[in-house]
Ligand binder design. Structure first.
Ligand SMILES: [Zn+2]
Ligand SMILES: [Zn+2]
Length: 120
């Protein structure tokens, strides 16, 4: 077994060694271009470039295409409004975050350090 791993660089297409970026949550990138290798990372940290959120994966790199995924549960009261009809009133909802995803390549990503979410 070899301890030197090579991959096809997602940016330039050359065969490259890999390096681990400890300052980006141990993201595994190609040694040549420091392009994030999708197969070796799950939830790589989003890059911030020119004030835009940029997909971290070397073969994508879409700007401002990041989505928050969430799941919502809501409890709705049921009452009988007239014989044979049950009225549903829209009750309180709660949302739980399921993660973040790039709309372009549909891979999961995570928030950059030092950023927090603000909701309307
Ligand atoms: Zn490269
Ligand atoms: Zn992407």
């Amino acid at each position: 077994m070899s301890d030197r791993m090579t991959v096809e660089c997602p940016k330039c297409g050359d065969t490259s060694g890999v390096v681990v970026l400890a300052d980006r949550e141990d993201t595994i990138v190609s040694a040549c271009c420091e392009a994030v290798i999708p197969e070796l990372n799950d939830g790589a940290t989003i890059l911030v470039e020119d004030g835009k959120l940029v997909c971290p994966y070397g073969d994508c790199g879409a700007a401002d295409q990041i989505l928050e995924l969430d799941v919502a549960t809501r409890s709705n009261d049921l009452t009988i409004s007239e014989p044979g009809v049950i009225k549903v009133s829209l009750g309180d909802g709660s949302f739980e975050r399921d993660g973040f995803e790039c709309q372009q390549c549909m891979r999961s990503v995570s928030l950059p350090d030092g950023y927090e979410l603000s909701y309307p």
